[in-house]
Structure formats: structure tokens, C-alpha cells
Design a protein around this ligand. Structure first.
Ligand code: ATP
Ligand code: MG
Length: 406
């Protein structure tokens, strides 16, 4: 065990004052949650940075976990030494000796944040570099393109030495930008949209529409699985709303407007989601729509569908190509689940030629002529079931009408 700490870097230079304090608080909470499975480690902070003390635990699994947290820019496992020349040299030696692949070239980059340290940065580069070169006769210095860059960060309380800068997920910490509802279908796109929304610091509640018994239990399992995966990234449990959509879907299918059924269904989904958002204090709706992908995602379709709600519709994938979306789905570990074959409710009633250019007045007229659409929407909201999901367990299943969550 060579490393004794991990340095976590975050922070946007544009963030000032209260915003920054809030960001830091959320960040720390998130790290605390993520480190819960590692009770042996502890963390502490100094301005603009957080440090995890490993206390003898291996760094790899902890680095793997932390690099997926939002709000962090990069992290490095470090050796810490006393801020004094000989201790720094000794630590540099252990670090170079520990490298699995001994490099042919290297350079030392010293940053002297503590101005009380007696040697200037440039001088330190030489003092440490020469010491290493004496011990490794085959090694040479290459300042432009070294195989290994040995970084030495001299702070007053200690000096940190490291060779690796591991990029982290970026974005904002979980929940630092308010709450939105995520329309989660079980397809490839919506989990990716969810991940991108979480990365921007949104807290999410997922909403899934099912048409049981036309849709299977496995389709629901799939969405549960995807929500659990997303909660790994949020580092906090995610509430999943399961909306019974069979009656509404069947009734809309009976309106005799085959090519508008997807438009009508989507509008009903948004109305229900808006109701759930109001009940749960969410201020936006995230979807996995991507411009032009299917009939309901043309600009005229989105115009007619979106007008049914006043909440902002957030569509992180709107300008992305499918290949780019799939690459993210693979990276975040949702792809394999998303491509499982079980149908969601929308594929069931898919008409032969869904409209790519629906007419708002006609759609509104159909809705106004429906005997009890608003009532059915209220019933669906009232009969929605909720589950609270964490990466490895479902903690609660709640039936409609019960109100005690925690
Ligand atoms: P996805 O891969 O996310 O299913 P898609 O390309 O298949 O997207 P659609 O099926 O037309 O596109 O759905 C567009 C968006 O509408 C989805 O990304 C999702 O946000 C929402 N949506 C569709 N079906 C459902 C559903 N059954 N429950 C919840 N949201 C849904
Ligand atoms: Mg879909």
C-alpha cells in the first residue's frame, strides 16, 4: 500500500460566495454517502479540495467509486510527506519505485503553494529530479513529453506526491440544481438523459408508464433496474413512480384517430407527470427525446405535445446522434439492460403511420370531446405506486394513498 490519501479536485472558478458554500456542502454529503461502504476511511477538506485518508485501505475501489460522482473534476491517489526536503525526496523515491511499468523518461513538476517553504519550485524540480536520477541510472528527464510526470504539491500542512490525474465525471453535485421528474421508459435514451440531468446537479424522481397486463412484469423489472443504476450515480436513493396507463391508453385508442394516438398519449403522460411533479416539489420534466428520431420527436410533434404543460421540458439528448447516445449508455452501464426485449406501453399501440405533423386544434378538440380524460388522468395519479430504489436494494414499495415515506 503505497498511497495514503486521495486528493479530490472540484470547483468552478465562476462559482462565488454562497453558491460555492452550497456546492461544497452537497459535495461533501455526496462523498460521505459514497464512502459509507468503506468505514475505515475518513475525509477532510481544505479550500477548493477534499482529501480522503485511506487508513491502510486499497485506493482502487474507492477511486473507482469517487470518479463517478458528479461535481468532481479529477482525483489522484497521493503519498503525503512532511513539507521538508528529505521527506519529500524519500516519498518521491517510493512513488517512482512503486510504478508497475518503470518509465524511461520523467519530469518533476513542483507547485509551491506554501510560500514559507525554503526552496523555490524550480530549485525543487532539480533537487528532487537529481535525487531520482541517481537511483535510476536508465531514467532520463524529458520536460516536453515525459512518460511519467511526478507532481509535488507543497502545502503547509503536508506535501502531496502523485503521478496520476484521473478525470472524474464533472458537472455539479447531486441535488445542487433543484428537482425534476424523469420520464423513464426502459429504452436506451431516457436513462442516458437521466444520467446527464443528474450530472448537472438535478435531483430526479423517475416516472414510468406501464400498461399491465399488456406490458409484462419484466418490463417493470427493467425500469427498476435502470433506476437503481441511476441511483448509483446520484449516490442517493431515487423514487420511482409507476403509473397505471392501461385505461387511458385503451380509451385514447378508441377515439378513432389512429395517427394521433401517440400525440394524445404523450400529452396525457405529460399531464400526469405534471401532477406528480406538483405533489413532489419538482420544477421540470426530463425526457430522452432526440430531434427527428421518431414521429413524436419531430419539431411539430414536440410543439403540440409540449404545450400541454407549463413546466420546463428538459431534453438533454435533443441534438445528439443515436451513436453518441449509445456510447454514453454503454459507458454508464445502462445499455445492456435497455436492450432487453420487453416492450413498454408505447410500442403496444403503435399505429401504422403516426403523425409527424399533428394539428394542435384537432388534438385539443379530441381531448375536449373525450368523456372523462381529466378524471382518468386524476385517477392514474391517485393510483400511482412508488418505490424508493438504491443501487442494490429496493427499500420500500408504497401503494397509492399511503403517505409515510420514511
Ligand atoms: P427511449 O429510448 O428513452 O425509450 P425512444 O427513442 O424509444 O426513447 P420514445 O419511446 O418515443 O423514444 O419516447 C420518448 C421519450 O418519452 C422517452 O425518452 C421517455 O423520456 C418518454 N417515455 C416514452 N415511453 C415512456 C414510458 N412508458 N414511461 C415513461 N416515459 C416514457
Ligand atoms: Mg421508447
Amino acid at each position: 500500500m503505497i498511497y495514503d490519501q486521495i486528493v479530490l479536485r472540484y470547483g468552478d472558478l465562476l462559482m462565488k460566495g454562497r453558491n460555492r458554500n452550497q456546492f461544497e456542502k452537497k459535495m461533501q454529503q455526496q462523498i460521505k454517502n459514497a464512502l459509507r461502504p468503506y468505514p475505515g476511511v475518513s475525509f477532510w477538506k481544505s479550500y477548493g479540495r477534499l482529501y480522503v485518508k485511506l487508513n491502510g485501505q486499497p485506493h482502487e475501489p474507492i477511486v473507482d467509486r469517487l470518479k463517478d460522482l458528479f461535481g468532481l473534476q479529477s482525483l489522484s491517489p497521493v503519498i503525503s510527506a512532511e513539507s521538508e526536503l528529505e521527506s519529500i525526496r524519500a516519498a518521491a523515491m517510493s512513488l517512482m519505485t512503486s510504478l508497475k511499468q518503470p518509465p524511461k523518461t520523467f519530469k518533476v513538476s513542483v507547485k509551491r503553494a506554501w510560500k514559507g517553504f525554503p526552496h523555490q519550485s524550480q530549485e525543487m524540480n532539480h533537487l528532487v529530479g537529481a535525487h531520482i536520477l541517481r537511483a535510476f541510472p536508465d531514467l532520463s528527464v524529458d520536460v516536453r513529453n515525459p512518460e511519467v510526470e511526478l507532481r509535488v504539491d507543497i502545502q503547509e500542512e503536508a506535501t502531496y506526491l502523485f503521478c496520476e490525474m484521473i478525470p472524474a465525471a464533472g458537472g455539479f453535485p447531486f441535488g445542487s440544481n433543484g428537482k425534476a421528474m424523469l420520464l423513464l421508459s426502459g429504452g436506451i435514451d431516457s436513462p442516458v438523459a437521466g444520467w446527464m440531468a443528474l450530472r448537472k446537479g438535478l435531483e430526479l424522481e423517475a416516472v414510468h408508464f406501464h400498461s399491465y397486463p399488456f406490458t409484462s412484469e419484466q418490463a417493470k423489472e427493467k425500469v427498476i433496474e435502470l433506476t437503481k443504476r441511476l441511483s448509483y450515480y446520484s449516490g442517493a436513493p431515487i423514487k420511482l413512480h409507476l403509473v397505471p396507463f392501461t385505461d387511458i391508453q385503451t380509451s385514447l385508442a378508441q377515439q378513432g384517430q389512429d395517427n394521433l394516438i401517440i400525440t394524445l398519449m404523450r400529452r396525457a403522460m405529460l399531464r400526469i407527470t405534471e401532477g406528480l411533479a406538483l405533489k413532489n416539489g419538482a420544477l421540470g420534466i426530463v425526457t430522452g427525446e432526440s430531434l427527428g428520431q421518431v414521429a413524436s420527436q419531430t419539431l411539430p410533434s414536440m410543439n403540440v405535445i409540449g404545450r400541454t404543460t407549463d413546466l420546463p421540458l428538459l431534453k438533454p439528448l435533443i441534438m445528439m446522434d443515436k451513436a453518441e447516445i449509445i456510447a454514453i449508455a454503454e459507458k454508464i452501464g445502462t445499455y445492456a439492460t435497455s436492450i432487453l426485449p420487453y416492450e413498454d406501453c408505447c410500442t403496444l399501440f403503435l399505429p401504422k403511420s403516426p403523425s409527424t405533423n399533428p394539428n394542435l386544434h384537432i388534438v385539443e378538440r379530441i381531448e375536449a370531446g373525450h368523456p372523462n380524460l381529466t378524471e382518468m388522468i386524476e385517477t392514474a395519479i391517485a393510483n400511482t405506486e412508488q418505490m424508493i430504489l438504491s443501487p442494490n436494494k429496493a427499500t420500500t414499495v408504497q401503494k397509492a394513498g399511503e403517505d409515510s415515506w420514511f
